[in-house]
Design a protein around this ligand. Structure first.
Ligand code: ADP
Length: 609
């Protein structure tokens, strides 16, 4: 972008138009009001600030009828009063409607962020574009709008003032245009420098923001108090500030000189030059009327500023374009795993099959899954086991179409899952992840993962909480299932321990009516007894449903209809618990190692499940 320092004006204009179109879609009134108010504003400024003097002084000097002069001056003031009333209305309107624009753009960004495949978040360049788009664009919309206002205003004012000055003497117009020539000469460099400065500033500021977060987020509060980590964080903050200072040093002076020369040119060369020339023409040559001389002295700075600002408007078009480019790149990104409204809905599952499936994460040399073949029938309870990094979670992510296989196919009832409407396919699954999250909303909405809830939904929440063993705790809060989770917005909010929070997340499966239940180590924060209890309830509630679960405790896998043991992305062993023990392979080895860590009671519990 802009490496050769050449501005692509076509793209620049397209980008600015793109943003104006978004603003129009968010709230057409804002754009119309801006257009209208700037045309009126420029006319008002021209009439009262410039034309009035020329007209009144020249008319008086030429000896025109006083009554007529007063009437015309009165009409101009009348226009100005009406314009001010309009401004008061416009300000109110803008104040009320501006939030609609930010909300509309944020919503577009959030919708897109929810649509793009998970892999995008692992691509640094894409993620960076996203962060820039989110961080900048809502404000940038108003910068574009304000530049558009200026543009309309300046066009009207330049035409009117230009005509006035040319009617007096064209040489003054050339003088007034000097700052514009300067602005255009430095435009490209100044914009690029500004963009470079802000981009680097943001990059350097990221570390500072991280440290700031670490200090106020609850998640880190224990380590920050109990260890010396805060010193490490302080050092990082210091490094970030040093970087930021270096940037100001590098870019600040150049920017300052640009502004300084512009001031010298505008204030000294143009203003004093015009005064001298006008005085010479009026007093020495006597070729200028008094009113014209007054207008020149009064208006030269205004017209010069206006002409120069026309250049600035173009510069801003380019500067805005650089940011809008990020927004467009992000919003125009073609989602690879996309919702296709016209695709058929996924049918009720009978079989789910992985056929020669391999998958590698972007930029990874080794495949996370290699040539995996398995078939699951409706109603089966399938356990996926294996050491860390064996590929278990990746398998789940592929089943949920968070990623598509690099090779091979996943088939639902014999048909490739890609042919079904994404949302309907994902709706087949009720999933609890190991890294689940609770949200700062009611417990009930945290369980149903939607809202507002009906009376039936609430009954379902009660049932689900009961099944996951957290109902009693929830009812100890005075607002029961309506209690807000976390104290972020409510001092009476519920704070759960790791195990309790996990039970809330598991309640989601009990509450969901899905036919396929996926549990990705959801019980890792529970002790072995609580885990057994949970699985017992879970399987009872999931009677007839298909359950695919990952568990690092093999004792939970004993009840599965089939166990797949993964190693290095491949299925190493498969069968029932008894069959696998008989194979005397990796599973048996793991079973014995783990069994040593359980008490005798745990072991007998495990077998009973
Ligand atoms: P498991 O669930 O069995 O612990 P995973 O499926 O999470 O294993 O990981 C399988 C392999 O893929 C591991 O080597 C892991 O480091 C790698 N991996 C997992 N997620 C990503 C990712 N987002 N990007 C790159 N590599 C990943």
């Amino acid at each position: 972008m802009g490496k050769d320092n050449k501005i692509d004006w076509h793209r620049t204009w397209q980008n600015n138009k793109y943003m104006l179109r978004l603003i129009y879609r968010a709230c057409p009134g804002i754009l119309i009001m801006t257009l209208f108010s700037n045309v009126l504003g420029a006319i008002n400024s021209f009439l009262i600030g410039n034309y009035l003097y020329k007209y009144a002084l020249n008319a008086l000097q030429e000896g025109q009828e006083l009554q007529r002069i007063l009437l015309n001056v009165g009409l101009m003031f009348g226009f100005s009063v009406l314009y001010m009333i309009f401004c008061a209305f416009r300000n109110r309107y803008m104040e009320l409607h501006r939030p609609l624009v930010s909300a509309y753009i944020q919503k577009l960004l959030q919708k897109k962020a929810a649509e793009v495949e998970l892999a995008c978040f692992e691509r640094p360049d894409f993620y960076d574009t996203y962060v820039k788009a989110v961080g900048e664009t809502a404000d940038r919309a108003f910068t574009v709008l304000s530049n558009f206002s200026n543009m309309v205003y300046l066009v009207v004012e330049n035409v009117a003032l230009g005509a006035l000055i040319v009617s007096i003497h064209p040489s003054f117009l050339f003088l007034a245009a000097l700052p514009l020539v300067y602005t255009l000469l430095i435009a490209k460099r100044k914009n690029r420098l500004g963009y470079e400065y802000r981009t680097r500033n943001r990059a350097a500021g990221r570390k500072k923001d991280y440290v700031r977060r670490i200090f106020y987020l609850k998640d880190y509060s224990k380590e920050m108090r109990l260890t010396d980590l805060w010193r490490v964080m302080f050092r990082q903050m210091h490094e970030s500030i040093v970087d930021l200072k270096a940037l100001v040093k590098k870019y600040g002076f150049t920017m300052m000189w640009f502004a300084y020369f512009l001031d010298v040119l505008s204030e000294i060369v143009v203003y004093i030059g015009a005064i001298l020339l006008a005085a010479f023409k009026t007093l020495v040559q006597k070729s200028m009327l008094l009113g014209d001389c007054f207008v020149i002295i009064n208006s030269i700075s205004t017209i010069s500023r206006c002409i120069n600002q026309s250049g600035t408007v173009f510069m801003h078009l380019d500067a805005n374009s650089l940011y809008i480019e990020n927004l467009r790149t992000f919003l125009d990104y073609e989602v690879q795993i996309a919702e296709d409204e016209t695709a058929p809905a996924a049918p009720k599952m009978q079989t789910l099959q992985l056929r020669n499936v391999s998958f590698s994460y972007e930029g990874q040399q080794t495949a996370a899954l290699q040539d995996v073949n398995l078939t699951i029938h409706a109603g089966e309870k399938i356990a996926i086991v294996g050491h860390n990094g064996a590929g278990k979670s990746t398998l789940i992510k592929l089943l949920l179409r968070l990623y598509d296989p690099s090779e091979g196919d996943i088939l639902l009832n014999g048909e490739n899952i890609k042919q079904y409407r994404l949302s309907s396919y994902r709706d087949l699954y009720g999933t609890v992840f190991q890294d689940y999250h609770l949200f700062a909303t009611s417990i009930a909405e945290n369980v149903m993962l939607r809202g507002p809830l009906t009376k039936e939904d609430e009954a379902m929440v009660e049932y689900a909480l009961e099944q996951s063993g957290i109902s009693e705790k929830v009812h100890r809060f005075s607002h029961g299932i309506e209690t807000t989770v976390t104290k972020e917005f409510d001092p009476d909010g519920a704070v759960f321990s790791g195990g309790e929070a996990q039970k809330i997340s598991i309640a989601r499966v009990f509450a969901g009516g899905q036919e396929i239940v996926i549990l990705d180590e959801p019980t890792s924060a529970l002790d072995p007894i609580a885990e057994q209890e949970m699985y017992r309830n879970m399987f009872a509630a999931c009677e007839g449903k298909t359950v695919i679960f990952i568990s690092h405790r093999l004792s939970s896998a004993t009840v599965a209809d089939r166990i797949y043991l993964f190693e290095n992305g491949k299925i190493k062993e498969q069968g029932t618990h008894t069959e696998l023990l008989a194979q005397n392979g990796v599973y048996t080895d793991m079973w014995h190692k783990q069994a040593d860590t359980y008490t005798e009671d745990d072991k007998s519990e495990a077998v009973k499940v």
